[in-house]
Design a protein around this ligand. Structure first.
Ligand code: HEC
Ligand code: HEC
Length: 170
């Protein structure tokens, strides 16, 4: 009887802790699609339309200062505030180049990155081609060196905002 309770407790604790240990960080794009998209639409469009960056600070139209504080009381748990803030800040200060130049064939950047890329020792690889993305881009769509640099920076940021490890076993 007591050993049964012990086993039950051990299983229960393992069950409760396991998801925390396995998760490699919140997937900010999935979180947005889960909790914010219904009111605000896609994150990039929302950020570019309504938010600005001034002195590295993200500012809203209605909520100009202290957006971190606002977000904390606005559908977000504490540990998600910083990554969501950083994502919106990056998007607000960016031209929609992926949307304009790549989405026609690759749809949304976050889904593309999550489904097609892996990170190996900090280097972004194509899951399918087993080749560094930078190398691939050098021969793709007649991209110039500065374009490759630009898209690598964007894709790398997004790779850190989504949960690539979740699909590593695919
Ligand atoms: C039920 C609808 C709803 C949901 C869900 C929602 N928001 Fe909002 N959000 C609003 C409204 C309405 C405003 C404007 C409110 C105001 O002015 O006080 C707003 C304002 C904002 C602003 C400030 C915009 C500005 O111009 O000042 C940010 C940033 C923001 N939301 C982020 C988020 C994030 C991140 C999520 C998901 C975690 C989210 N929102 C979920 C309705 C929503
Ligand atoms: C006209 C369609 C088209 C456009 C526009 C396009 N691509 Fe591609 N892309 C492809 C195809 C097709 C592939 C599959 C590999 C191949 O055949 O070259 C691909 C593959 C890729 C891959 C490798 C994917 C993987 O699974 O390994 C990356 C990375 C990539 N594209 C990035 C971009 C970026 C960044 C842009 C925007 C500058 C872009 N592509 C614009 C058609 C396009």
């Amino acid at each position: 009887m007591t050993s049964n309770i012990k086993v039950t407790l051990v299983l229960l604790v393992t069950f409760l802790i396991a998801p925390l240990v396995l998760a490699s960080g919140p997937d900010i794009h999935a979180l947005w699609d889960d909790r914010c998209v219904s009111c605000h639409g896609h994150a990039g469009e929302f950020a570019r339309k309504f938010l600005t960056v001034s002195n590295a600070e993200l500012q809203g139209r209605h909520h100009v200062h202290d957006l971190r504080l606002f977000l904390q009381n606005h559908y977000l748990a504490g540990h998600s505030v910083e990554p969501v803030y950083n994502m919106l800040r990056a998007q607000a200060g960016n031209d929609p180049r992926f949307t304009n130049e790549c989405s026609r064939c690759h749809n949304r950047a976050a889904d593309f990155v999550r489904d097609s890329f892996i990170l190996r020792d900090g280097v972004l690889y194509s899951r399918q081609l087993d080749m560094p993305i930078r190398e691939f881009l050098n021969g793709h769509r007649k991209l110039q060196q500065q374009d490759v640099d630009y898209f690598m920076q964007q894709l790398m940021r997004i790779a850190n905002e989504v949960d690539l490890n979740n699909t590593n076993s695919k």
